[in-house]
Design a protein around this ligand. Structure first.
Ligand SMILES: Nc1ncnc2c1ncn2[C@@H]1O[C@H](COP(=O)(O)OP(=O)(O)OP(=O)(O)O)[C@@H](O)[C@H]1O
Ligand SMILES: [Mg+2]
Length: 323
């Protein structure tokens, strides 16, 4: 388990992380999302001891991340693999030797039968057996990231840290990489932290997500909780300001979760209450294969109480956006 308690960090006068507390459970896929400059990469670098922090504590399996204790730090870092947006592969090495590189750093042999089995097994896991002796320049972006993932796993880490791992890839390739990360999480039980500014990434694989802004955690929850019912600052991030809604009448936002998404609430309501209303805005989103939705309806002022009472009776979550 990774635990951050009241962590603050500054670069000189610039306070980059402010009183951050969060807990990431074993075997979880945890997202950290926020705009550029929010402090996401810094947070990740503090977790794996590449960056020091001024106050609070970070611990991994009850071991404190402490940059002064080099020996303990190196052992902790061995438990954490990391991948980046720009892959960081060595051009002069082929796929096999790139994957083997962390073993070399630790003074392990990379050509023994056991080492070969391990390295070839990981290359197979990421789907690149036919490219085992290719150089990075002969690979596509998605393939390079697969090599980086295999390399990050070669020391049997318990945790995989991903910093914008799919930001340079197109949507289809991104999906493939995220599917691979999901598979690694399920098959190998590895805890994964995904740092990203892409909501699609968080929606597809994260079980929980922390939204950070200006170095502070604004909201933590399941992705569907954040995106179906975002806090104000997150709405701005998602470009969902309600400026386009009608100014006449009452705008009521309805939330559909996995239980209520299939039910014809809207058409039944129109029939039962015998009222007219219009739909001002709607979205349906896929979260780890479940569909969630949100809808804004515009009703006449005099119908508002009837409508909200009806929504309560059918247990649909709602919120009045104006008036
Ligand atoms: N080594 C450093 N020295 C001084 N300031 C830094 C350093 N690294 C990061 N910063 C500053 O800290 C803040 C947070 O940076 P960070 O890289 O953590 O953001 P980020 O959320 O990862 O952004 P992005 O989405 O662009 O990668 C920024 O204002 C950045 O300029
Ligand atoms: Mg970053």
């Amino acid at each position: 388990m990774i635990k951050l308690e009241n962590v603050s960090k500054s670069f000189g006068d610039l306070e980059v992380l402010k009183d951050i507390s969060l807990q990431i459970n074993d075997h979880e896929i945890y997202g950290i999302i926020g705009q550029s400059g929010a402090g996401k990469s810094t947070l990740l670098r503090c977790i794996n001891g590449l960056e020091d922090y001024q106050s609070g504590t970070i611990s991994v399996d009850d071991v404190t991340v402490d940059l002064k204790d080099k020996k303990k730090l190196h052992l902790l870092q061995k438990e954490m693999g990391m991948i980046f947006q720009n892959f960081n592969l060595l051009e002069r090495l082929d796929v096999y030797d790139n994957v083997a590189l962390p073993m070399k750093f630790w003074g392990m042999k990379t050509k023994t039968p056991e080492a070969k089995k391990k390295i070839e097994g990981l290359i197979e896991l990421v789907g690149l057996s036919d490219k085992i002796h290719a150089r990075p320049r002969e690979l596509s972006g998605g393939q390079k990231q697969r090599v980086a993932i295999a390399r990050a796993l070669v020391l049997d880490p318990k945790i995989l840290l991903c910093d914008e791992a799919t930001s340079a890839l197109d949507p289809a390739i991104t999906r493939g990489i995220l599917d691979l990360l999901s598979k690694i999480n399920k098959q190998m039980g590895i805890t994964i932290i995904v740092v990203t500014h892409q909501m699609e990434v968080v929606k597809q694989i994260c079980e929980r997500v922390a939204f950070i802004k200006g170095g502070r955690v604004l909201q933590i929850g399941k992705p569907e909780e954040l995106f179906i019912r975002p806090a104000k600052d997150i709405k701005a991030f998602l470009h969902e300001d309600s400026e386009l809604l009608p100014s006449e009448g009452v705008n009521i936002q309805l939330f559909f979760t996995d239980e209520s998404a299939d039910e014809p609430v809207i058409s039944q309501m129109a029939r039962k209450l015998n009222i007219d209303f219009s739909i001002s805005w709607a979205k349906l989103e896929d979260f780890r294969s479940n569909v969630y939705g949100s809808l804004v309806i515009n009703v006449k002022e005099e119908d508002k109480d009837k409508v909200t009472a009806y929504l309560d009776s059918v247990k649909v979550l709602w919120e009045v956006l104006n008036g």
